[in-house]
Ligand binder design. Sequence first.
Ligand code: NAD
Length: 302
Amino acid sequence: MKNVNIGFIGLGNMGNPMARLLVQHGYRVYGHDIDPNAIRTFDCFGGIPAPLTELFENANIIILMLPNSQVVNQVIEEIISCLGNELTDRNFTIIDMSSSYPLETQRNAHKLAQLGIAFLDAPVSGGVKKAATGELTIMVGGNREVFDKHRELFAVLGKQVFYVGPSGSGHLVKMLNNFLSAAHLLATCEAVHTLSAFGVDPQTGICIFNHSTGSSISTKYKFPEFILPQTFASGFSLGLLAKDVSMTKQLLRDRGIDTPLSNLLSEIYGGAACALGKEADHTEIFRFVAKFFDEERKNSNM
Ligand code: NAD
C-alpha cells in the first residue's frame, strides 16, 4: 500500500473506474457520492466509503469527478466549510478532473489559493473504456510545480498527460475538444441518414469515410461500436455533451464573440437533451437527427 491517501468525490461512470485503478495501484482511496449505488460499486473493489468530513481528515489530495461547475462549486464550498481553520496548516491539493467551465475554474483557483489550497484543473478525454484501463488523455491547468508533484498520480490514470498552462486552460482545451467531437458526431449522423435515404448501406459508407478525409472518432469508433448496432452504450450522457457545447457558446459570449457553429450546436444538442432526456447516451443524437428525415421517409414509402 502506498503512503498516499486520496479523497475521490463523484463516483459515476468515470469516477468509479478511475478510483478503482488508484486502489489497484496501492493508493488508499476514500470516496464520496450522493448516489448510494455508486458508493456500493466503489465499496466492492476496495474503496473506503466516507462522509466528506472523514474524507478530509484522511486525505491530502482530493479528486473531483462531478457533472458540472455548479456542482463543483457547491462541493468546493462544502470542502472549505469542512476544513474550517485547519486550512493553511495542511499541504492540501484539490484536482478537478470534471469537465468544468474555464472561467469558474479560474475563480475557484483564486479563491482556494487565498486559503492556502493548491488547485489543478485536470479534465480527461477517452471515455469510460479508457478510464478503466488507465489510458485517458489528461490536460492539466494550474501551477506547474503542483502539476509536477502529482505526475505519478496522473500516470496511473492517463496514458497521455499534458501540462497546458495556467488555471482554467486544461478545462478550456477539454471544452473545445468536445465542441469538435460534437460537431463531427452531428455531421456524421446527417451523412449516415442521407446514405440510408438514398438506399446506400451505412456500413459501406462508414467504411469508405474511414479510408477518406471524412474520418473521425465518430466514424472510426462511435458508429461501429454504438450507433450502427444500436446499443447506444458509450457511458457518456447526452446531457453532459450538451453542457460542453453550451459552455463553448457561453465562453465565447462572455468575451463578446458570437459564432454560428457554437450557436447551432448548442441549440441542436440542447434540443436533443430535452427531447430524449439528459440521461440518454450522447450517441442517441443519431435518433434525434432521424426526425429531420421523417418527411422524406414517408414520401418514399408512398
Ligand atoms: P456521472 O453523472 O456518471 O457521474 C457524476 C457523479 O457525481 C454521479 O455519481 C453523481 O451522483 C455524483 N454527484 C453529483 N452531485 C454530487 C455531489 N454534490 N456530491 C457528490 N457526488 C455528486 O458523470 P460521468 O460520465 O462520470 O462524468 C463526470 C465528469 O466527467 C463530467 O464533468 C463529464 O463531463 C466528464 N467526462 C465524462 C466522460 C464520459 O465518457 N462519461 C468522458 C470525459 C469527461
